[in-house]
Write a protein that binds this ligand. Sequence first.
Ligand SMILES: NC(=O)c1ccc[n+]([C@@H]2O[C@H](COP(=O)([O-])OP(=O)(O)OC[C@H]3O[C@@H](n4cnc5c(N)ncnc54)[C@H](O)[C@@H]3O)[C@@H](O)[C@H]2O)c1
Ligand SMILES: [Zn+2]
Ligand SMILES: [Zn+2]
Length: 361
Amino acid sequence: MRAAVFRGPQRPLAIETLLLDSPATGEVLVQMVASGVCHSDLHVVDGEWSRPADLVLGHEGAGVIEALGPDVVGLAVGDLVVLAWTAPCAGCPACQRNEPWLCSDPRGSGHRLSPTGARLKRPDGSPVGVYSGIGTFAERQVVAAEAAIRVDPRTQPEIAALVGCAVTTGVGAVLNTAVVQAGESVVVIGAGGVGLSSIMAAVMAGAQPVVAIDAVPAKMTLARVAGATHAATPGEARALVAGLTDGGADHVFEAIGLSETVELAIDLTRAGGTTTLVGMTPQGDRASIDVYRFVEEGRRLLGSNYGSAVPARDFPLICDLSLDGRLPLDLLVTERIGLDGLESAFDAMRRRDGARRVVIF
Ligand SMILES: NC(=O)c1ccc[n+]([C@@H]2O[C@H](COP(=O)([O-])OP(=O)(O)OC[C@H]3O[C@@H](n4cnc5c(N)ncnc54)[C@H](O)[C@@H]3O)[C@@H](O)[C@H]2O)c1
Ligand SMILES: [Zn+2]
Ligand SMILES: [Zn+2]
């Protein structure tokens, strides 16, 4: 089976033919149907996040179950599944608190599915890892059954793939982490795959106004199609938000991952309001806050990992909202590509061109 392998930062992914084991106990074999290209793949390729090569990249995918390993319950051959990049262990304190995104011992941790041996090998027998235990830039993959979440089979493959990361992250940040209410004002900084999903969720929640901030005019246009009432550049943001609100927005979401826009997000939030950080910076980056003002004004700062989502509950729900026309997720799909189109997809993302490129298998 063909897959795109990360061999180290600043090197192009290699399209290789690899050998895949049969699924072991508690695992399933998935025939991938689609995989989005997320900025969290690009962070790895550009060396901003350290991950162990060699590794099949991709973590935003969907597929069809082709075979079940022993002891798998609740899934059947032929099911359309969205793959989750954390497969919770169900036993650790975080899982017991129903916070699977914080699971301390997820299946596939260390980007190796099995501690006793990889499921994926080169023809010479050398093991290859899988990003977040799912490595979706591959025609097939063996994953933990807990990572394979069945959704309505009518869900478009591209949409199902994006639900695996960008959509759940963006929608979940609004609905689960920040719990935006109807009538509240929302600003979303960064209108890529994640930010556009947050905009759609804010609109669905009845937020008003919903302001998109992005450097690129085409993203502002997309944000308006997604339902944003206003759009502006970071330079215009302070004046625009000041004119629309009483001293700042109730909720501001940062969906880029830059220290300067994290600081901007806090500035655009009203006293007593909530700033939610979704974008992830290069590892080790810091941002500063005016502590005196932050405390005196009783502000809240939240981090949102995977949209505070419970994949088994939220993936089917989000697919249903999309099928019901309540989340116009199809506007996220800018281009359909093959595995050999990944390098140009990364270049487009660096140029800030388009929302999502999706590999179709
Ligand atoms: N918290 C999580 O669980 C989680 C999950 C997925 C992705 N992420 C992170 O979220 C971030 C966004 O991911 P994405 O896939 O949507 O990225 P993306 O590249 O698709 O979107 C980023 C957007 O920000 C805009 N932008 C970039 N720099 C800008 C600047 N200086 N000023 C204004 N706008 C700017 C771009 O035009 C683009 O629209 C990334 O850091 C990613 O790693 C976090
Ligand atoms: Zn992602
Ligand atoms: Zn756990």
